[in-house]
Design a protein around this ligand. Structure first.
Ligand SMILES: *Cc1c(COP(=O)(O)O)cnc(C)c1O
Length: 459
C-alpha cells in the first residue's frame, strides 16, 4: 500500500481529518433525491406556457435515439470512414432544415440560438469585408429578443434601433428614414417574424425590398419556427441568413442552460462563408468539408451538439408531413387562449396572433396586483409562470405561448385559472400578492437567485 508520504502530492494539499460529508444509507439518499425531483417543475408536471421559449413536450423516442450506442459513444475524432452513420444523419438534417427554411446551405455548428445569431452576424460581416464595403451598423427593432442586439454588438456592429408602430410591427417610415440618413453604413436588419409580440410582420416583403435596394442583408431570428413551419419560411420572406433553435421548434429538452443547437442557414451567395465543417455527400460517402473559401471558421468544438441534432432529426422524421399540423395547433392554441382572456385581461396589439401573444397587466396592477404577482400565483395552480416583463415595449407584459403540445382540457384549465386570478385580484389582491402559497420555495431574490444560487444540502 502507498503511504501518504509516498504520494507525489505536496503536504499542504493532503487531507488531515474528516471532511464532514453527510453519511446516509443508499435508501435515504434515494429518498432525498426523489424528494428534490418532486419539487422540480417540468413540462411533464404541468403546462409551461413560457412565451418565446417554446417549452413543448419532448417525445421520449428522441432520447431513445440519442442514446443509441453508435451515436452516443462515437468518438469525435473518428474518421469520416468510421462515422458514416453520424455524418449521414447530420447531412440529412441539413437537407431537412434547407427545405424548412428555404435556405440554400446550412451549418449545424452553433450551440444555441444566440450563438447562431452571432455566427450569422460574423457571416454578414465577412461578406461585406470580402466585398470591400465598410458597413458597420445593424438595425434591430425595439421589440427584438435581447440576444439580437447583443449578438450583433459582439460581432462588432453598432446597433440602430427601429421603432414599432401601433400594431406592434416595424415602423416602415422610421426604417426609411434610417436608411435615408445612414444607408451606406447599414449591413443588415435583424428581424423575428412573427415578432416577439406574436404578430406577423405583414410588410416583410417591402422591408426586404428596401434593405436589398440599399445593398444590405436581412437576418431572420428563427428561434420560434413553429409559428410558420410548412406555411412560410425565411427565404420566401426575403431573408438571407437565419438561425433555427432545434431545442425549441424541434423538441429537444432545454432550459437550465442547455444543451441546445442553433444551426444557421444562408442563401446561395453566402454559402462559402458558413462555419466549417459542413457535411457533404460525395458519391455514396458523407464527408466533412473544412474547405469553404470564405468560411468564418469554426464556432464550436467538433461538429455542434451532436446529441441535440439526433433528437431534432428524430422529431422531424417522426412528424413527417405533420410538421405543418404542429404549426396549425401552436397558432390555434394561442388564439384560443387570447380570445377567451381578452375581455378580462388587456391584450397588447389585440389582433389575430401567431404562436404566442402578450397580455398587458396594467389594469390588474391598478387593481392591486402586478404581473410578477400573477406569475407567482399561477404556481399555486400547478402552472409554470409565462415569460414576464418581456418584450420591453409592453408594460407589465405577460407573454403566453401554449405550444402545440397542450390538449383543449389543459388550455381550458389555464384559461379558468387566469380568470380566477383576475377575480381574486378584484376581491382580495393580498391572496395573489403573497403567492406562491404551495410551492416548496416562496419568493426568491429576482436577481441573485440565478447568479448566486444557494445549493447547500443543509436546511
Ligand atoms: C430563445 C430565443 C433566442 C435565443 O435562443 P437561445 O438558444 O436561448 O440562445 C433568440 N430569439 C428568440 C426570438 C428566442 O425566442
Amino acid at each position: 500500500m502507498v503511504t501518504k508520504e509516498q504520494l507525489p502530492i505536496s503536504k499542504e494539499f493532503l487531507r488531515e481529518g474528516d471532511i464532514g460529508l453527510p453519511q446516509q444509507s443508499e435508501l435515504e439518499v434515494m429518498r432525498h433525491y426523489k424528494d428534490l425531483s418532486d419539487k422540480n417543475f417540468c413540462v411533464e408536471t404541468g403546462m409551461y406556457p413560457l412565451g418565446s421559449c417554446t417549452m413543448k413536450y419532448n417525445p421520449k423516442v428522441n432520447e431513445l435515439m440519442a442514446g443509441l450506442e453508435g451515436f452516443a459513444n462515437l468518438h469525435p475524432f473518428s474518421s469520416d470512414e468510421d462515422s458514416q452513420g453520424a455524418l449521414e444523419l447530420m447531412y440529412k438534417l441539413q437537407e431537412a432544415l434547407k427545405v424548412l427554411t428555404g435556405m440554400d446551405a446550412v451549418s449545424l455548428q452553433p450551440a444555441a440560438g444566440a450563438h447562431g445569431e452571432f455566427s450569422g452576424m460574423l457571416v454578414i460581416k465577412k461578406y461585406f469585408e470580402v466585398k470591400g464595403e465598410a458597413r458597420t451598423k445593424v438595425i434591430v427593432p425595439d421589440s427584438a429578443h435581447g440576444t439580437n442586439p447583443a449578438s450583433a454588438s459582439m460581432a462588432g456592429f453598432e446597433i440602430v434601433q427601429v421603432k414599432s408602430n401601433e400594431r406592434g410591427q416595424v415602423d416602415i417610415d422610421d426604417l426609411k428614414s434610417l436608411l435615408a440618413s445612414q444607408g451606406s453604413d447599414i449591413a443588415a436588419i435583424m428581424m423575428t417574424n412573427p415578432n416577439t409580440v406574436g404578430i406577423f410582420e405583414e410588410q416583410v416583403l417591402e422591408i426586404s425590398d428596401l434593405m436589398h435596394k440599399n445593398g444590405s442583408l436581412l437576418y431572420y431570428d428563427g428561434a420560434n419556427l413553429n409559428a410558420v413551419m410548412g406555411y412560410s419560411n425565411p427565404a420566401i420572406m426575403g431573408f438571407d441568413v437565419c438561425h433555427i433553435n432545434l431545442h425549441k421548434t424541434f423538441s429537444t429538452p432545454h432550459g437550465g442552460g442547455g444543451p441546445g443547437a442553433g444551426p444557421i442557414g444562408v442563401v446561395e451567395k453566402l454559402k462559402d462563408y458558413l462555419p466549417s465543417p459542413v457535411i457533404e455527400k460525395q458519391g455514396e460517402k458523407f464527408v466533412r468539408n473544412y474547405n469553404l473559401p470564405n468560411s468564418i471558421g469554426k464556432v464550436r468544438s467538433f461538429y455542434g451538439n451532436f446529441g441535440v441534432l439526433v433528437r431534432a432529426y428524430t422529431y422531424i422524421l417522426m412528424m413527417g408531413n405533420d410538421l405543418k399540423h404542429a404549426t396549425e395547433d401552436a397558432v390555434l392554441n394561442a388564439n384560443y387562449i387570447r380570445e377567451k382572456l381578452k375581455n378580462v385581461y388587456d391584450i397588447a396589439y389585440d389582433e389575430r396572433c401567431m404562436h404566442e401573444f402578450v397580455i398587458c397587466g396594467e389594469k390588474q396592477k391598478e387593481q392591486g396586483s402586478s404581473t410578477l404577482h400573477i406569475a407567482k400565483r399561477l404556481m399555486d395552480y400547478k402552472i409554470h409562470p409565462p415569460t414576464v416583463y418581456f418584450p420591453l415595449i409592453v408594460h407589465e407584459a405577460i407573454m403566453v405561448e401554449p405550444t402545440e403540445s397542450e390538449s383543449k382540457e389543459r388550455l381550458d384549465d389555464f384559461i379558468n385559472v387566469m380568470l380566477k386570478i383576475a377575480e381574486e385580484i378584484k376581491q382580495n389582491p393580498e391572496v395573489v400578492n403573497s403567492a406562491p402559497h404551495t410551492a416548496p420555495i416562496k419568493k426568491v431574490d429576482e436577481t441573485l437567485a440565478a447568479r448566486k444560487p444557494d445549493l447547500s444540502y443543509k436546511k
